[in-house]
Ligand binder design. Structure first.
Ligand SMILES: Nc1ncnc2c1ncn2[C@@H]1O[C@H](COP(=O)(O)OP(=O)(O)OP(=O)(O)O)[C@@H](O)[C@H]1O
Ligand SMILES: [Mg+2]
Length: 198
């Protein structure tokens, strides 16, 4: 039998080889913040800039996750946790494949972000706090959700009747209030370039 067993483990492409080929290190950039704080807007701008610079970059956001991978999940506490668990596992696979993964989800509690960090690994988890005051998010009210939450039409809305726990020691604390989208994105890009250079 032994002669018919052909181990392939010595031929498996290592992450370090992928990183050398890509010209940058892999990692997960986890954007957390209130609804309307700017996570998706900033993540998309960062993705665009890194992509055009030749990086292997992937964006996980509500739009491409809630419809497929997590399409069976709702918004109960258990489902929100399962949502983040699957996202973190997916981000981990992409990072192992050499990608710089941008994840933009409210992820309101320290516990839920700790779960994501534990899945992804401390080393690969770069937490970006999109630090926009509630009043500013509410004034933006991009999706009209704050008005609905104030009117009692949506329950357990983060920042209104459900808490948001700010990160204690984020990789990056991004204050968007008096900043253009371009300036916020540039801050993130610079931090990624610095942290994830080869
Ligand atoms: N410096 C800034 N950075 C990011 N967004 C900004 C900034 N200044 C103004 N904005 C505006 O704030 C809004 C942020 O909306 P966005 O959908 O990105 O928020 P979000 O955090 O992804 O919310 P949600 O959790 O509901 O998905 C956009 O309309 C954007 O143009
Ligand atoms: Mg968003």
């Amino acid at each position: 039998m032994a002669e018919n067993i052909h181990p392939i483990h010595d031929r498996i492409v290592q992450r370090s080889e992928r990183e050398a080929s890509n010209g940058h290190r892999a990692g997960v950039i986890w954007l957390t913040g209130l609804s309307g704080s700017g996570k998706s807007t900033i993540a998309a701008a960062v993705e665009r800039e890194l992509f055009e610079a030749g990086h292997f970059v992937v964006l996980l956001d509500g739009d491409n996750v809630r419809t497929g991978l997590c399409g069976d999940l709702g918004f109960s506490i258990e489902d929100r946790q399962e949502n983040i668990r699957r996202i973190a596992e997916t981000a981990k696979l992409f990072a192992a494949a050499g990608a710089q993964v941008l994840c933009s989800f409210v992820s309101p509690t320290r516990a839920i972000r700790a779960m994501a960090r534990d899945i992804i690994s401390q080393e690969d988890f770069l937490e970006v706090f999109v630090n926009t005051p509630l009043a500013v998010c509410e004034a933006r009210d991009v999706k009209g959700l704050y008005a609905k939450a104030r009117a009692g039409e949506i329950k357990n809305f983060t920042g209104i009747d459900s808490p948001y726990e700010a990160p204690e020691n984020p990789f990056l604390d991004l204050k968007t209030e008096n900043q253009t989208v371009e300036a916020s994105a540039a801050e993130v890009v610079q931090a990624i370039r610095q942290k994830l250079s080869l």
